[in-house]
Design a protein around this ligand. Structure first.
Ligand code: T4K
Length: 411
């Protein structure tokens, strides 16, 4: 199907997709094996509290990651909270602002101040130079984020942590199935925290895990996730309830069984986007490092308004009008949202730049090559029609806000 210029929905045409296409549409695993396990769990009447599917899932994930311990949790945020507690973090912890708000929330929730640091000038991970400048006498750790499945500069962060006697924790919510220098993410730093939320490449509906090679940390997070119970009667620490249940673990196992197929679908989608977006002036698709193992799960573009003729937010409106529900992950940057606005504005230039020009596009098993061809056509068309779109939006805004409804004749 060819998209004609006059057909862009934002200019009055019919949306090219009749149903909404989402970023983060869940991959649902092997349905038969999920349902079989749900029935087993119901028959067994063991539904949570370290059940057999949770144990099997933990073993399989640990094996897959090549780590000594995988301790599952009810979600990734709780995993971060437990890991932060088990590492004994306090005072200030250095963290990027360009991340999902769960990262600083997990610190702030425990009375620890997230100390927002800018990301590298040419990338989207914590900038080691900025970290070094941000370390104070109150700093106890660095919390790096492997954003969009791309690993941080782990070696440099490790070096800084050792040099300044800081703990090193990674938010690996996006990075299941990705490697750094050939080793799977999960085994770096003092611990790494994964998310298995429904929108992630590996899903347990809601869920997460702490992966670590440190026996003491693993033991502590196991206690913390179960009220601090060391055994039936002994309470060893002030824990919470952050346990994964059997239905989630059943989904995790079913999801692991389909992981290769999901990654292959993601890879094909990434290739289709590369082809479809090539040659659009001012548009950059963030590439994967092919020398590493990737899940290819995040399709992120950067819009250069000057060269493309259209800004990111207008492109977002164009896509939404076509039922392509692209997302501005992670706008506007955590330092720009309450309760974190105490951070001085303007001191994180690269974060602010990224927050204003990046867009995440739909991918995953529910998105096909033909869908991607159309999405790329819309983006290309938006660039060509930028002037028309701008005028159309200005006119709509002007008509809506500046005139009484009775004389609103234009659409
Ligand atoms: N650290 C980082 C770096 C993270 O990105 C996250 C979570 C965490 C930590 C915390 O991990 P968890 O505690 O969540 O395990 C979504 C996810 O809920 C969240 O897990 C994820 N990151 C974040 C990046 O995205 P929202 O607020 O954007 O969710 P929502 O409801 O807008 O849905 C996202 C998209 O997925 C939409 O396009 C709709 C689609 N969707 C969603 C669900 C739940 C579906 O199509 N079906 C579904 O069932 O946070």
């Amino acid at each position: 199907m060819t998209l004609h210029r006059s057909q862009l929905a934002i200019l009055g045409g019919t949306p090219i997709f009749s149903e909404k296409l989402y970023v983060g549409r869940p991959n649902t695993g092997d349905r038969q094996s999920f349902i079989r396990r749900v029935n087993d769990a119901l028959d067994r009447r063991w539904l949570t509290n370290d059940g057999p599917y949770v144990q099997e899932f933990e073993q399989r994930v640990a094996q897959f990651l090549g780590v000594r311990h995988c301790v599952t949790t009810c979600n990734g945020t709780a995993g971060l909270q437990l890991a932060i507690r088990a590492l004994g973090l306090e005072g200030e912890v250095i963290v990027p602002s360009f991340t999902f708000v769960a990262t600083p929330h997990a610190l702030q929730w425990q009375g620890i101040t997230p100390c927002f640091c800018d990301v590298q000038p040419d990338g989207f991970h914590l900038d080691p130079a900025a970290i070094e400048a941000a370390i104070t006498s109150k700093t106890t750790g660095i919390l790096g984020v492997h954003l969009w499945g791309r690993p941080c500069e782990i070696e440099r962060l490790q070096f800084l942590a050792e040099q300044h006697n800081l703990k090193l924790l990674f938010d690996a919510a996006h990075a299941f199935g990705c490697s750094y220098h050939g080793r799977m993410i999960g085994g770096f730093g003092d611990a790494e925290v994964l998310s298995f939320h429904a929108t992630k490449v590996l899903s347990t509906l809601e869920g997460g895990a702490i992966a670590t090679n440190n026996d003491a940390i693993a033991r502590e997070v196991r206690l913390l996730r179960n009220f601090g119970f060391a055994d039936g009667d002994t309470i060893a620490s002030v824990g919470i309830n952050a346990k994964m249940n059997e239905i989630s673990a059943a989904m995790g196992l079913a999801s692991l069984e389909r992981l290769d197929a999901v990654v292959e679908a993601n890879r094909q989608n990434y290739d289709a986007y590369r082809t479809g977006l090539a040659g659009i002036n001012g548009l950059r698709l963030y590439m994967y490092d092919e020398s590493e193992t990737n899940s290819y799960y995040y399709i992120v573009i950067e819009v250069d308004e000057q060269r493309m003729g259209i800004d990111r937010d207008t492109l977002l409106q164009v896509l939404h009008a076509e039922n392509v529900i692209a997302r501005r992950y992670f706008y506007p940057g955590c330092h720009r949202v309450p309760p974190y606005t105490f951070t001085k504005a303007g001191i994180l230039p690269q974060t602010e730049r990224l927050a204003s020009c990046t867009l995440s596009l739909p991918t995953g098993e529910t998105v096909g090559a033909e869908d991607i061809r159309k999405i790329c056509q819309i983006i290309s068309q938006a660039s060509e029609d930028a002037e028309k779109i701008r005028w159309s939006l200005k006119r709509k805004h002007f008509v809506r806000s500046d005139y009484p409804t009775s004389i609103c004749l234009q659409k």
